[in-house]
Ligand binder design. Structure first.
Ligand code: GDP
Ligand code: MN
Length: 471
């Protein structure tokens, strides 16, 4: 087993080496510039060299990774509720059913009454608002007739636990409802706008197989998914929308309504800096209209602050509390389901650290990038977040001090341990700016810290210690 070239792995902006089939590749996706001949040559060479030196396991071995390690996106993408997403769609002129959000159970009946009055139609839909899909199958979407039934159904859903295949077995308590007008559905389609990382393009996706999980459609009948990639300099063109409408099998009035729907959907995606806008089902009504019956929207965390109205839609009840706290300290933290807590500076080094932990037989409990110029307070907060996770059986601090100084890291770790103690083994590897000072501070702190000479040494030690083995 070759020893990995310590320090060559992506500190800061220099180079992020993405190993095919590795955690980092699953995370970032393929390098977006791989179509560029020069870049891809560089990548091919660098990747091969890196892989050989690491004697890295094959991609298939990584296929057994837990789904949560497979999350894509640089940070977690902010989610909003269906009713909020629909209010945004409406601002872009997209047709949505009439609906009223209900944030207190006592207001559900009044909302239903108002909708029945306005539509002169007894059919209303009671929809649980949680940040997870699959609500229909889980019993969180009910089509009912009349005020009494609406009131009864709302009471059954509100405040109760809803389990869907996306919530996991623990489910979610429903704290918000959407009461909507009932719609006479002729057919259920699918449409979405998202980023195709492999092609470095926004893609508008559509399918006539709506109302079911798109992942399922993609797996069983990939030909049922229609794609139009968008050339960024010209945007999504009307002819592309017509292509999709036609390929969906729509004709006449319905096709005429679908084209502007898709164009506006793209417009909303771009204007809102969304990372996903998904309409499932996108319905055709019996009177030939097209309507967004459901909407899932997520946002690029790096751009969401530009959109105050979106930021205000954040529902902390629906977010992982540690991720929320990390967000407050401007830390890039994503919880994973392993047992090795990682504190690293720089996203590239954080990725490489996760890979090397995996390589030595461990599983990372998180992705955590404390960033370049983190303060002592930030490091302390980060360390506390790691320690608070009961799944963490060992912590690996892996810092390459560039802009970040090793003594600041040491001070942050010492302060955190002084405040909350240390209940698991801690392995620290420091290199770079002020490394001697940092090492001295840690040594003099009297904390039971295992020092590591390099990244591989640290990863091996923390995996051993966390599994109860001695070094
Ligand atoms: P999801 O299961 O979390 O994706 O929730 P959806 O909002 O997609 O609702 C699930 C299903 O409920 C849809 O696919 C529709 O079949 C059905 N549904 C939702 N609203 C209505 C409606 O107004 N009328 C009818 N007939 N069915 C509806
Ligand atoms: Mn849906």
């Amino acid at each position: 087993m070759g020893s990995p070239p310590d320090g060559m792995m992506g500190f800061g902006e220099v180079a992020v080496v993405i190993v095919p089939g590795s955690v980092s590749e699953r995370w970032w996706g393929r390098p977006p510039y791989r179509n560029d001949r020069v870049q891809s040559r560089f990548f091919a060479v660098a990747t091969a060299a890196f892989e050989n030196s690491l004697d890295i396991p094959s991609a298939s071995q990584y296929a057994a990774l837990p789904a949560s390690s497979n999350r894509r996106g640089t940070k977690h993408a902010m989610k909003i509720h269906e009713y909020q997403a629909k209010s945004l769609l409406a601002k872009f002129g997209l047709p949505v059913p009439m609906g009223i959000p209900v944030l207190e159970p006592s207001k559900a009946a009044a909302a239903a009454e108002q909708i029945i009055q306005a539509t002169q139609n007894q059919t209303v839909v009671v929809k649980a608002q949680i940040h997870a899909g699959g609500r229909g199958k889980g019993g969180g979407v009910k089509v009912v007739k009349g005020l009494a039934a609406a009131r009864e159904t709302a009471a059954k859903i509100y405040g109760h636990k809803l389990v869907t295949h996306q919530t996991g077995p623990e489910g979610r308590i429903v704290k918000r409802l959407l009461i909507e007008q009932g719609v006479a559905i002729a057919s259920e389609l699918y449409a979405s706008v998202l980023v195709d990382r492999a092609k470095s393009r926004v893609v508008v996706m559509a399918s006539a197989a709506g109302g079911v999980e798109i992942e399922e459609v993609a797996a069983k009948t990939p030909e049922a998914i229609l794609l139009e990639h968008v050339e960024p300099t010209v945007g999504f063109r009307p002819y592309q929308a017509r292509n999709l409408a036609y390929a969906l099998g729509l004709r006449g009035e319905v096709a005429k309504n679908m084209v502007p729907f898709l164009l506006k959907l793209y417009e909303a995606f771009v204007a809102l800096d969304a990372s996903l806008v998904e309409i499932n089902p996108l319905v055709v009504t019996t009177d030939n209209r097209v309507l967004a019956l459901d909407c899932k929207m997520t946002f690029d965390d790096n751009a969401v602050d530009k959109h105050k109205e979106v930021v205000e839609m954040r529902d902390l009840d629906e977010e992982d509390p540690t991720e929320t706290e990390a967000h407050a300290f401007d830390l890039s933290y994503i919880k994973l389901d392993g047992s090795i807590g990682c504190m690293v500076n720089g996203a590239g080094l954080a990725m490489a650290t996760m890979d090397i932990i995996k390589y030595y037989g461990g599983n990372p409990a998180n992705f955590l990038d404390v960033g370049g110029g983190a303060s002592q307070e930030k490091v302390t907060a980060a360390f506390k977040i790691l320690t608070a996770d009961p799944a963490v059986k060992g912590i690996f601090v892996n810092i390459f001090g560039g802009i970040m100084k090793c003594d600041v890291i040491a001070a942050g770790v010492i302060a955190a341990v002084a405040e909350i103690g240390l209940r698991v083994p801690l392995v620290v590897r420091l290199a770079g700016t002020n490394v001697e000072l940092g090492a001295k501070m840690l040594a003099e702190s009297g904390l039971p810290i295992t020092a590591a000479s390099d990244m591989a040494d640290g990863a091996r030690k923390v995996v051993d210690l966390a599994s109860g083995k001695r070094n």
